[in-house]
Design a protein around this ligand. Sequence first.
Ligand SMILES: Cc1cc2nc3c(=O)[nH]c(=O)nc-3n(C[C@H](O)[C@H](O)[C@H](O)COP(=O)(O)OP(=O)(O)OC[C@H]3O[C@@H](n4cnc5c(N)ncnc54)[C@H](O)[C@@H]3O)c2cc1C
Ligand SMILES: NC(=O)c1ccc[n+]([C@@H]2O[C@H](COP(=O)([O-])OP(=O)(O)OC[C@H]3O[C@@H](n4cnc5c(N)ncnc54)[C@H](O)[C@@H]3O)[C@@H](O)[C@H]2O)c1
Ligand code: SF4
Ligand code: FES
Length: 814
Amino acid sequence: MEGTNKKKLVLVGNGMAGVRAIEHLLKLAPEAYEITIFGAEPHPNYNRIMLSSVLAGGADLQEIVINDWDWYKDNNIQLFAGHRVTQIDSIHKRVVSDQGITVSYDVLILAMGSNPFMLPLPGADKEGVIAFRDIKDCEIMMDSSRKYKKAVVIGGGLLGLEAARGLLHLGMDVSVVHINPYLMERQLDETAAKMLQAELEQQGMKFLLAKNSDSIVGRKRVTALRFTDGSKIDADLVVMAVGIRPNVELAKSSGIEINRGIVVNDWLETSIPGIYAIGECAEHRGIAYGLVAPLYEQGAVLAKKLGGVETVGYAGSVTSTKLKVSGVDVFSAGRYEEPVGSRSLRYQDEVDGVYKKIVLQNDKLIGAVLFGDTHDGAKLFSMIKNGEIVAGREKELLLGGSIGGGAAASSDSRLKDMTEDEIICGCNGVSKGTIADAVIAKGCRSVGEIKSCTKASASCGGCKPLVEGLLRMYAGDEAGEQVKEGICGCTSLTRDEIVAEIKRMEMMTIKEVMHVLDWRNPEGCAKCRPSLNYYLGMLWPEAYADEKESRFTNERYHANIQKDGTYSVVPRIYGGVTSPSELKKIAEVAEKYDVPMVKFTGGQRLDLLGVKKEDLPRMWEELDMPSGHAYGKTLRTVKTCVGSTFCRFGTQDSIAMGIRLEKELERLNTPAKVKLAVSGCPRNCAEATIKDFGVVAIDGGWELHVGGNGGVHVRATELLCVVKTEDEVSEWAGAFLQYYRENAQWNERTSNWIERVGLESVKRALEKPEERAVLSERIKKALSMTTDPWKQIVNEDSLRKNFEPLKQVQPIID
Ligand SMILES: Cc1cc2nc3c(=O)[nH]c(=O)nc-3n(C[C@H](O)[C@H](O)[C@H](O)COP(=O)(O)OP(=O)(O)OC[C@H]3O[C@@H](n4cnc5c(N)ncnc54)[C@H](O)[C@@H]3O)c2cc1C
Ligand SMILES: NC(=O)c1ccc[n+]([C@@H]2O[C@H](COP(=O)([O-])OP(=O)(O)OC[C@H]3O[C@@H](n4cnc5c(N)ncnc54)[C@H](O)[C@@H]3O)[C@@H](O)[C@H]2O)c1
Ligand code: SF4
Ligand code: FES
């Protein structure tokens, strides 16, 4: 390299932002600079984001290297790995490393990242107290998990929760200590945070909220963490994840202007000419970013500036985050916290664990929080970034692209309008052009193939919908079949393939299915665990033991959890018909347990709202009524009208028919909730034509309607058939529901299922009496195995224990 006219460029910091800028520069001006890189870590440049995946068993250390040793050689870059730069002499334009190496520069880039903030607690220097920032920390955690049991993570932000998930995977008993009353308050509102906490608790994580750490207990090594309220928790390992601080010491000691970070202008120039700063150590317009997407944007601008390519300056970034914890979908972007002058819209489905909030100001989308269904995250984020006017489309944005297809179409047209170098995958810095190349030139035909080829969607997965959109755009019809994905990120198998394999190999447990079918994540996630639990129970009603841990909170506690953490009790009232003595009993129990509200439900039942978890078993015992199953994926209610006994228009006894159906079908496990109704004449007062199975009396018989839905996506039923007798109604109802049980995907309502498979296919399957008889036999067998869950809990001490309040913090003994 000696003797060339190249300018000398030195990069301090061999991390994500700095090396990314160099990669760009090499493309724009490959011959312009003689490049030297100093990196304090003894590794080539690696993807720090993926450390969470390494810890959680989703990747190994080799896989996360972005540029291996050869890349530096191939690009004539002199790398000093394991060298920390300790001095910048800006007068003579040279830097000095801690190992005595001096290198002069014409252009200097500072990209030293951040330091994890370590709480200055007494005892914080003990063995076993670490941060989570680099490969070394990751290795210490993996090593500790082999020797020790109890891990405590301080900080319930993104990093803390990802660390905690990884430690759980490593078999440790993990408690997260958070200073705030709810998790991830920098990204989520309280509702989303509570849902997140419930899901993580289900995975085995424990939480100590609103707790202030006081000191680290132990001799040489940590043995406990003590709090300011005097309590303490045992710990063999303490991981601090309480935020980061830009690494500014070197700049400060060299006379470069710093504030929180190294102050830079729109061209990433510091206060000293020829010295630039990018990444987490830089502060631009008052912001020091802590996510890679903005740092990559900075890198692109700096590379153009240094490569002599005309560019507008860096104007700052809107950021979005996605928690990388398998089985939990959480997304947050922009101003989620509703600033003054904004308004927000929310949607919550407690049964399916979905929560969505969008924040609007001046007809523009400025923030979003998604929990449980983050599919629209990338689309909403792009609208926030582009400042699009969204007036009139609020409902569509909140409820998702499926409504009317408008959002999906506009998202596809947005993809078309993007330039080739726009970043699609922020985590891995993959541009639209790179994905186009993977599909067109390299022949990738599925998101999985694009992931292997480009790394797009390999980290947080937030860009997956955009990658799918581009695949559709570039591969057209050819992508159709291949775009088809597995039931969740843990497998590439579809529902039908999984069910067929379970049958063929007679698999009997969730673990076995995951193992035999090569699940990517051996513990599964919140999507596949309950699906497998359902499919196994549906296929082997007699042999399969329901796995309670694979059900959602509501189904585990047999009551609906409410916004404030209390529960609701809905006893079964067949056909909505009750009696004075039953009403008295309900009133007495409601009074005795101070139930704050008693309400009639839309399905004609009585709902006792605001019940404490620990009171549930005693209330069920005293009510001595069956569970109304108002919480599960099962038969909810059979709504009835007055019918021919009292109503002058009635042609049939709708009440008797409704009660019969409810008694025959109660407790049935179904792919999604199922609602029935019976009306005594075509006036249809029981609204049977928006139910999953609706029965409407006509002169001399009954019309049977299917596939209705009165919820978010209202859908009227379609007529299945007309029958004459009550026995026939019962037979068709059983056969229809069993066919639905055996063919729908888990969590698919009858309305969506019928729309997917078509009414004609259902009619064909049920038209022959012998086929209906076989289905009826199977549903009877499934029903014969069910028991009333409330009675079971009331009678079994071991089950009752689950309702006692949790005791997590040990009181101080010394
Ligand atoms: C576990 C984990 C998970 C994360 N997940 C996500 C995620 O999902 N999404 C996301 O957007 N962001 C995530 N982040 C944040 C992201 O990794 C950082 O924003 C990003 O790495 C910052 O890049 P950087 O180049 O500024 O700093 P770094 O990648 O930290 O690189 C700085 C490098 O400079 C070196 N250095 C420091 N001082 C000197 C010196 N004086 N001389 C020589 N070398 C020096 C450091 O050792 C380091 O290697 C995560 C971070 C962690 C720790
Ligand atoms: N998925 C992702 O995007 C991802 C994952 C990991 C890390 N990161 C990034 O890495 C950086 C570091 O993450 P982080 O989670 O440490 O930072 P953070 O600042 O986002 O969160 C720190 C959390 O610790 C809590 N905290 C502060 N003091 C505490 C105390 N004394 N006791 C208990 N809790 C306390 C805070 O309330 C806050 O919620 C951030 O920039 C983050 O964005 C991103
Ligand atoms: S549906 Fe007909 S029978 Fe039933 S209450 Fe209404 S009018 Fe009477
Ligand atoms: S944006 Fe995180 S993986 Fe693509």
